[in-house]
Design a protein. Structure first.
Length: 155
């Protein structure tokens, strides 16, 4: 994590001043989106737990009453249905979170491309190309012997 912060600080220092503010604003908006998604997920999980507790409380009250023994089967079915629905809501919340994170990454990519900043992959590709050209140049220099005199000296 420390290296990530150092790399981020180095990158931030290389970003021109007029782009820093826009990049920081984009990062702040992405952080807000992520916080909103996490909050929504926590709220949905809490609602599911609350509903389950309420249902269990109701079941306890009814199971103690002999007159509603025949209703017990129905209530157990409702409990299972509630658990299934809670799982569905949990799945929906998780998919919402995943989608929100994907959108955040997409927005971050768009912001970086809009600002004209090269991606890590592009920089790595450029580095490999420069290494390849340097090796090719060095091979060309080794293949040609150094000239002892210039053409002007011969004339």
């Amino acid at each position: 994590m420390g290296e990530t912060q150092k790399n981020g600080a180095r990158r931030a220092s290389k970003v021109p001043e007029f782009l820093k503010e826009q990049l920081e604003q984009a990062q702040a908006r992405l952080g807000q989106l992520e916080e909103g998604a996490e909050k929504a997920l926590k709220e949905l999980v809490e609602k599911g737990r609350t509903s389950r507790k309420e249902l269990e409380t109701m079941l306890l009250k009814i199971s103690k009453d002999d007159r509603v023994v025949d209703l017990r089967g129905r209530l157990e079915k409702f409990q299972r249905t509630g658990a299934v629905r809670a799982e569905e809501w949990r799945d929906k919340a998780e998919s919402f979170r995943t989608e929100a994170l994907e959108r955040i990454l997409e927005l971050q990519g768009k912001a970086v491309s809009f600002l004209g900043v090269a991606s890590k992959e592009e920089v790595d590709e450029l580095h490999r190309e420069l290494d390849r050209l340097a090796k090719k140049f060095e091979k060309g220099q080794k293949a040609r012997p150094a000239r002892k005199g210039s053409k002007k000296a011969e004339a």
